[in-house]
Design a protein around this ligand. Structure first.
Ligand SMILES: Cc1ncc(COP(=O)(O)O)c(C=O)c1O
Length: 379
């Protein structure tokens, strides 16, 4: 599988999570789309993209379990967080609940709009160790008050790789009249998604991480009853009578002046790649490797894992590092001295080694990382 990717031979690449990595067939498809545009840029940019993107939207919709008309293509998850935070009718006295494991860029969007609109952000502390979904849900349920209007949370947390039980949260929040906004940056392709069953009100996710599309492809899902709320960050031709899409929020988000639609179009090629390469088997292999890696880490570090329950992980796994770890020094040691590309994440005073488990990774990659960690800590 490694030869299907363009990764350099001399690097042990254990950070698919940050920016993805594009398989050769998807890269080739991207270049072909770009050449297609150049055959007649006017025809492509006025008409053809509309029909091509519609085909891709249909496929993406069935992949993530919703109707095509609930999905707009956007460039990345950060754009999704900004769009929703800007659109919701929140003001003085309202409260948005988030957790202390959220991704910084999205958090900044909520903070920015909190200053503009006057709502408060209440940050819930996630447990330092846990074994059940209930332990992850409890601090959120306890934090809810009459002022809570929105819960914003990641489906898969960036620093820890933990998969959050979104369905249970969304159903509880709905009963209380609270909106759920889910940051699914890491979810599509990493876990099976059915947005209708999940029940969130707003959900954005990246296609350019675990679905393997070209970079700059993501989606925003909005339940029908909230679609009228969405305000596009860029005002353009989307509201015009010649709009390319009958659903207003879709047209408004997708039309932003001259832009490159080819990355969105590679979502179809990425789905072809997943189908051609038995992705269920890839996910199973990831589970086995996570089990191997987590055992190896427990043998090295007496401090223990975040959870022993490996059902909480899909294709990323994070393990807490000793308290006094100099994260930058460790990263440099792993990358510069050992050619291992792996992030050392930091969250509320703790640091973690967070490895990715992509189709191109093998057990020897994790053996190399374990050996390097032993060497670094002298264990
Ligand atoms: C949980 C989470 N949300 C949002 C993002 C931002 O994604 P993007 O850079 O595609 O906007 C990331 C990026 O890694 C992430 O981990």
């Amino acid at each position: 599988m490694r030869e299907q990717f363009l990764l350099a031979d001399d690097i042990i690449f254990l950070n698919h999570g940050s920016f993805g990595a594009i398989p050769r067939p998807v890269m080739k498809a991207l270049q072909q789309w770009q050449e297609e545009v150049e055959k007649d840029p006017v025809y492509f940019n006025i008409w053809r993209w509309v029909e091509e993107l519609e085909k891709v939207r249909q496929r993406l919709a069935s992949f993530v379990g919703t109707e095509p008309s609930n999905l707009a293509f956007i460039e990345n998850s950060t754009f999704g967080a900004n769009t929703v935070a800007n659109s919701l009718p929140l003001g003085e006295g309202d409260q948005v609940i988030i957790t202390d494991w959220e991704y910084g860029a999205c958090l900044k969007a909520w903070q920015y709009y909190s200053e503009q609109k006057g709502y408060d952000i209440h940050t819930v502390q996630m447990p330092s160790v846990f074994e059940t979904e209930e332990e992850l849900l409890a601090p959120l349920f306890e934090a809810i008050s009459e002022r809570t209007k929105v819960i914003f949370i990641s489906h898969i947390f960036s620093p820890t790789g933990v998969i959050f039980p979104v369905k249970k949260l969304a159903s509880f929040a709905r009963q209380q009249g609270i909106l759920t906004v889910i940051d699914g940056a890491h979810a599509p392709g990493q876990i099976d998604l059915n947005l209708e069953e999940l029940g969130a009100d707003f959900y954005f996710g990246n296609c350019h991480k675990w679905m393997l599309s070209a970079r700059g492809a993501a989606f925003l899902y909005v339940r029908k009853e909230h679609q009228h709320l969405i305000k596009p960050p860029v005002i353009s031709w989307g509201t015009d009578w010649e709009s390319p899409h009958p659903v207003r929020f879709v047209a408004e988000l997708e039309m932003q002046g001259t832009r490159d639609y080819t990355t969105f179009l590679t979502v179809g090629n990425a789905l072809d790649f997943l189908q051609a390469n038995d992705w269920q088997a890839v996910l199973l292999k990831a589970k086995k490797l996570i089990s191997f890696f987590s055992q190896g880490l427990m043998d090295i570090f007496a401090s223990g894992p975040l959870t022993h329950n490996l059902d909480f992980f899909g294709q990323m796994y994070a393990y807490p590092l000793p308290e006094d770890t100099d994260t930058e020094d460790l990263y440099r040691f792993l990358y510069q001295k050992n050619k291992i590309q792996v992030p050392i994440t930091k969250v509320v005073g703790r640091s973690f080694v967070r490895a990715s488990f992509q189709s191109y990774n093998e057990q020897k990659d994790y053996e190399a990382l374990l050996m390097a960690l032993r060497k670094y800590y002298g264990l």
